[in-house]
Design a protein around this ligand. Structure first.
Ligand SMILES: NC(=O)c1ccc[n+]([C@@H]2O[C@H](COP(=O)([O-])OP(=O)(O)OC[C@H]3O[C@@H](n4cnc5c(N)ncnc54)[C@H](OP(=O)(O)O)[C@@H]3O)[C@@H](O)[C@H]2O)c1
Length: 253
């Protein structure tokens, strides 16, 4: 029986995947905001101590996006905190538990290259100057591409495979964080054009049943994305990794 930890496993795509994997006999630990506030670096670090010491699969699916800039008690912009800092920290802190498994894997639901818009705002990571939902989301997506590349580069001896996966448009209910009229517009668009969370979960469960063998893989709704793209540049990834280590360390106790 595999042990699968899913952040964002209480609803949306992560919730549907948790349900599917439980039905298939996996032991699933689904994390939502009631279990740990992943916008908090301290709570994210503490969560890792409460998780099993052997983990087969870590799914990173927690996200929260808003039109208004919100700053956490630790001084981080909320999207950056949950989308980038928590995913960096969870992968790093749970690495020993993953390394104990036979065929460990990290599945990160994120950006996965190929979209030219947006980038990392190196001089203003917390988007203090001119925040927008689009800017925050795109920065998070680009940063997650680099997290995959950074993990593979930082741990060349590890057996952990890292899969970056963009499910594209899914009718998950993520629009609930938006204000009107955007909430109604995105909700209606998702209902019309998005795939169901069940369909997305079916594809992800199939992927986890027969995962890629490469150390790093990027997929857009199952289709491979070339790792030669600039979004996965190893030196840029190392730069971000160094920065994230510096930003998180003071809050980890
Ligand atoms: N939906 C799409 O079209 C789409 C497209 C591309 C990529 N993605 C990516 O897929 C992932 C999942 O998206 P989704 O649409 O399924 O999202 P969702 O329906 O909004 O679900 C978000 C999940 O994150 C958890 N969460 C939110 N804030 C949290 C916090 N502060 N601490 C801990 N957990 C928190 C929620 O838990 P609670 O409900 O318990 O608070 C919930 O389980 C996201 O990373 C997103 O970027 C989604």
């Amino acid at each position: 029986m595999r042990t699968v930890v899913i952040t964002g496993g209480t609803r949306g795509i992560g919730g549907a995947l948790a349900h599917r994997l439980r039905q298939a006999g996996d032991r699933v630990i689904a994390i939502g905001s009631a279990d740990a506030d992943l916008t908090s670096v301290r709570q994210t670090a503490e969560l890792t101590h409460r998780l099993p010491d052997k983990i087969d699969v870590l799914v990173l699916a927690a996200g929260r996006f808003g039109q208004r800039r919100v700053v956490t008690d630790e001084g981080f912009e909320q999207t950056f905190a949950i989308y980038v800092l928590s995913r960096y920290l969870l992968a790093e802190r749970l690495r020993p538990a993953l390394d104990r498994a036979e065929a460990p894997l990290i599945l990160n639901l994120s950006g996965t290259g190929g979209i030219r818009a947006g980038g990392i705002n190196w001089n203003d990571l917390q988007l203090a100057d001119g925040y927008s939902l689009f800017k925050a989301t795109m920065q998070g997506a680009r940063a997650n591409d680099l997290l995959g590349a950074g993990f593979a580069t930082a741990h060349p001896q590890s057996q952990i495979r890292y899969v970056l996966y963009n499910p594209l448009f899914v009718n998950s209910g993520m629009h609930r964080y938006l204000r009107q009229p955007a909430r109604a517009f995105v909700g209606a668009s998702a209902a019309l054009f998005g795939r169901s969370t069940d369909t997305a979960a079916t594809h992800l469960a199939a992927l986890l049943a027969q995962p890629p063998t490469a150390r790093l893989t990027a997929l857009r709704r199952g289709a491979p994305v070339s790792l030669a793209r600039p979004e996965f540049d190893r030196s840029t990834a190392a730069r971000l990794y160094t920065l994230l280590a510096e930003l998180t360390a003071p809050h980890c106790g």
